[in-house]
Ligand binder design. Structure first.
Ligand code: ADP
Ligand code: MG
Length: 160
């Protein structure tokens, strides 16, 4: 039987009941990147504090940089995870970004073509997202404390 967390194409919407299940969904998305190539190399993560964005990145990184410790780069703004033979992962957290100056002084633009970027708090940088990107929205569900709804799609619309 195909596990519930398995993603074979986008768009897709599913529910998880633990951080491990959210990680499994993200690992499945990462395998889709490996298998398919044409997915845009920017994953825009949306959702409130504590919803599971970093857990999602941890699951994705388990495929691209196995064994690497994944923590939210809230202070560093970006973490890099590299493994020989795989595309590098760049993990951003835009929680503290308040102006384009902050963004460009960290060299944000330079990262975009160099690997796969996963970005927490994309709510804060709508003007700086690539036109084509994978969008991941994570939401808490009222019926259970650990339940999350995860909605994944490819966005191609111009940013306004
Ligand atoms: P964010 O990066 O969005 O602020 P984190 O990934 O750092 O969130 O933290 C998510 C928190 O929610 C963790 O404490 C985790 O154990 C908890 N959690 C409970 N259920 C889930 C779930 N279904 N998916 C992801 N995290 C969950
Ligand atoms: Mg986080």
């Amino acid at each position: 039987m195909t596990p519930l967390s398995e993603i074979s194409s986008l768009p897709r919407s599913l529910f998880t009941d633990s951080p491990e299940e959210t990680e499994a969904v993200a690992a499945s998305l990462a395998r889709l990147f490996e298998a398919d190539g044409p997915l845009p190399p920017f994953v825009a993560l949306y959702g409130d504090l504590g919803v599971g964005k970093t857990a999602f990145v941890r699951g994705f990184a388990s495929v691209y940089a196995p064994g690497r410790l994944v923590r939210s780069p809230t202070f560093a703004l970006v973490n890099e995870y590299r493994t020989a033979g795989k595309r590098p992962l760049f993990h951003f957290d835009m929680y503290r970004i308040t102006s384009d100056d902050d963004l460009y002084s960290m060299g944000y633009d330079d990262y975009l073509d160099r690997g796969i970027c996963l970005c927490e708090w994309c709510e804060n940088i709508p003007y700086a997202l690539p036109e084509k990107r994978v969008q991941v929205v994570i939401e808490k569900c009222p019926e259970a404390a650990d339940r999350r709804k995860i909605t994944l799609c490819v966005k191609e619309d111009p940013i306004c």
